[in-house]
Design a protein around this ligand. Structure first.
Ligand SMILES: Cc1cc2nc3c(=O)[nH]c(=O)nc-3n(C[C@H](O)[C@H](O)[C@H](O)COP(=O)(O)OP(=O)(O)OC[C@H]3O[C@@H](n4cnc5c(N)ncnc54)[C@H](O)[C@@H]3O)c2cc1C
Length: 575
């Protein structure tokens, strides 16, 4: 990764730095380099030019793209191929393809929502490639909705200044997932390994040379050597008790990258979606923002539209603003939810534009055209992740990351709706173009000693304690008091990092402890409120000190990197 990110920038004031208490446990190391003991010579071996981990939009695009330029690909995914956040995406994928639209407008909207933390060069590169990337998706068979005139039908969502979201009904993710999965299954050079779990990345010196993967068939490890590894492991909504993310979203790739010495960035920024259907189901069913874009209201327990006095965009205010207000109203009303009112839109419109949501609500006993729908905020999107440049390179040679597990700087401090599918799509295309032939670790011997005293892990109670702690103290509203309480609980859970995992469930909980601890640290470190990160004790945005990315690397003190939009401050060390 090119670290010369400050070229052509101007200096800003040094960050004020975190509150003294937050320094106490820095730098952070968190457990062993490898979670399990192994010796590659004793394990079954696989080889490919490129190893892709994850089968959502980012992993499938990288796999198909690499195969198309003649590379052999091993694609490893921990569930069935479609168990991804991608499959759940409803609203659609953003792209400035409408007649009245332009790359500049898409860029401007992204920057506004990103609250001063977007890297402008990244935003421009990604929104600029949207048109080509979307055309290629259509050529591969993705069926976006069209108007009667034949023009592509575009939805408008929160933060977009005009309709810009391509969609397939309200199940866009499933359409993209199924189309690309079908292509991958038929691709000659791609070998798909479902229900194979990435345990750790293998490094030799400063280079990533492959990965250790848990193979359920042998109930043990297998080595996958490769010239390049692309992490496309998605988000980490499962760190929270209430989330829209499926069970696979446990942040494994980010935690593995951390253990391998890669830089992570902006972990404090977790986006909560304001309107998840409030039911006993887990994950929570999302009621897309496009429904509010169509005119649905949010009502409190007295059936008043409470967003009208809060923000000029009312129900379409940025997600963090709506989520915080909903939580206030829930507390005031003593209820676990507020109400979404779409009754005035009428059954024909609701059924035509939101067929999947209409049916799902009906199955749960709610008729969108007659009933108020109970909704509440849920953890939705990991804005931070593995720090990458605009070609997806991480700080470790041979290691790339794309999609929700990566942090490019596109989203800044808050994600513009429907920009994430686009990011995974474009970044993976760029990774494929940037791949350079290199030597893989094939022939190397890498080993790690396991723990002599094998301590067993009981993953279920640890997982629920972690989720409760993150929801209570590292959620929509944060404060020094809450974050230090979270720190204390998570410190206790860190003992699990020394235990010997015996199953993917154990490995997941170890990854969750790692990422939750880092997220809580990052949230405590940033003593301001910005975008998706809200501190009750620091409610103001502090551009003079905090218009910077926080960068974390194992065993190092956190670094603050300049945001790339001229004129900019250079990177600052806060040791
Ligand atoms: C309900 C919902 C609605 C959304 N709606 C939209 C929308 O309308 N528009 C939009 O732009 N975005 C939306 N998003 C966000 C968007 O869907 C995701 O950010 C995006 O799909 C992420 O794609 P990805 O390829 O990075 O990861 P994913 O699609 O999540 O794929 C990650 C893959 O990594 C695999 N994996 C994880 N860990 C391991 C491991 N240890 N070993 C092997 N494999 C592993 C998983 O099994 C999975 O295959 C939505 C998200 C949700 C949850």
């Amino acid at each position: 990764m090119d670290n010369a990110t400050n070229e052509g920038t101007t200096a800003a004031a040094a960050p004020a730095g975190p509150a003294p208490t937050a320094h106490r446990r820095l730098p952070v190391t968190l457990g062993r380099r490898y979670l399990m003991g192994f010796d590659t010579e004793e394990l079954p071996q696989m080889r490919s030019d490129v190893l892709v981990i994850g089968s959502g939009i980012a992993g499938l695009t990288a796999s198909l793209g690499a195969a198309a330029v003649g590379r052999t690909v091993n694609l490893v995914t921990k569930g069935k191929v479609a168990e991804t956040n991608t499959w759940y995406a409803q609203g659609g994928i953003a792209g400035a393809v409408g007649e009245a639209d332009s790359v500049d407008l898409h860029l401007a909207d992204t920057l506004v929502v990103g609250a001063g933390l977007c890297d402008e060069d990244v935003v421009r590169a990604i929104v600029d490639e949207a048109g080509d990337a979307l055309r290629d998706l259509v050529a591969m068979g993705v069926d976006f909705d069209h108007e009667a005139s034949g023009a592509i039908d575009l939805h408008r969502e929160g933060g977009h200044s005009l309709p810009r979201v391509l969609h397939s009904g309200d199940a866009t993710g499933a359409e993209i997932q199924d189309t690309l999965s079908g292509r991958v299954r038929r691709a000659e050079r791609v070998a798909l390994f479902e229900e194979h779990f990435l345990v750790d990345l293998l490094t030799a010196g400063d280079r990533c040379v492959g990965a250790l993967v848990w193979d359920p068939a042998v109930h043990g490890l297998r080595v996958f050597w490769s010239e390049a590894v692309v992490l496309a492991t998605g988000g980490a909504g499962q760190l929270y008790r209430v989330t829209t993310n499926p069970a696979v979203a446990t942040g494994d790739g980010v935690a593995a990258a951390w253990r391998a010495g890669a830089e992570l960035a902006d972990l404090e920024f977790v986006q909560f979606h304001p309107t998840a259907f409030d039911s006993a189901a887990n994950p929570k069913f999302l009621i897309t923002e496009a429904l509010r874009g169509e005119g649905a209201y949010l009502l409190d327990c007295d059936e008043n539209r409470f967003m009208l006095d809060v923000h000029p965009l009312a129900e379409l205010a940025p997600r963090d603003v709506v989520s915080r207000e909903i939580i206030k109203v829930m507390k005031r009303c003593g209820r676990p939810n507020v109400w979404l009112d779409a009754r005035h839109l009428g059954e024909p419109v609701l059924r035509a534009r939101f067929p999947m949501i209409f049916e799902t609500c009906l199955e749960a006993g709610y008729d969108l055209s007659k009933d108020l729908i109970p909704v509440a905020p849920a953890a939705h999107y990991s804005i931070g992740g593995i720090r990458v440049d605009i070609d997806g390179s991480t700080s470790v040679d041979g290691l790339y990351a794309s999609g929700e597990c990566a942090c490019t700087g596109l989203h800044g401090a808050n994600r513009l709706a429907s920009n994430s599918l686009l990011e995974g799509l474009v970044l993976s295309r760029r990774i494929v173009r940037a791949l350079e032939p290199a030597s893989s670790g094939d022939g190397l011997r890498i080993s790690s000693q396991g723990d002599d005293e094998e301590t067993a892990i009981d993953p279920a109670p640890a997982r629920s304690l972690l989720q409760a702690t993150m929801s209570d103290f590292v959620g929509v509203n944060r404060s020094e008091d809450g974050l230090s309480r979270a720190g204390a609980v998570l410190d206790g859970l860190c003992d699990l990092l020394d235990a010997t995992p015996a199953s993917p469930a154990d490995l997941e909980v170890q990854n969750m402890v790692t990422l939750a601890t880092l997220t809580a640290h990052a949230a405590r470190y940033r003593t301001e409120s910005r975008g998706a990160h809200w501190r009750d004790d620091f409610p103001a945005r502090d551009d003079a000190h905090w218009r910077v990315h926080t960068v974390w690397r194992r065993g190092a003190r956190p670094r603050l990197d300049a945001v790339r939009s001229l004129p900019m401050p250079p990177a600052q060390d806060v040791s």
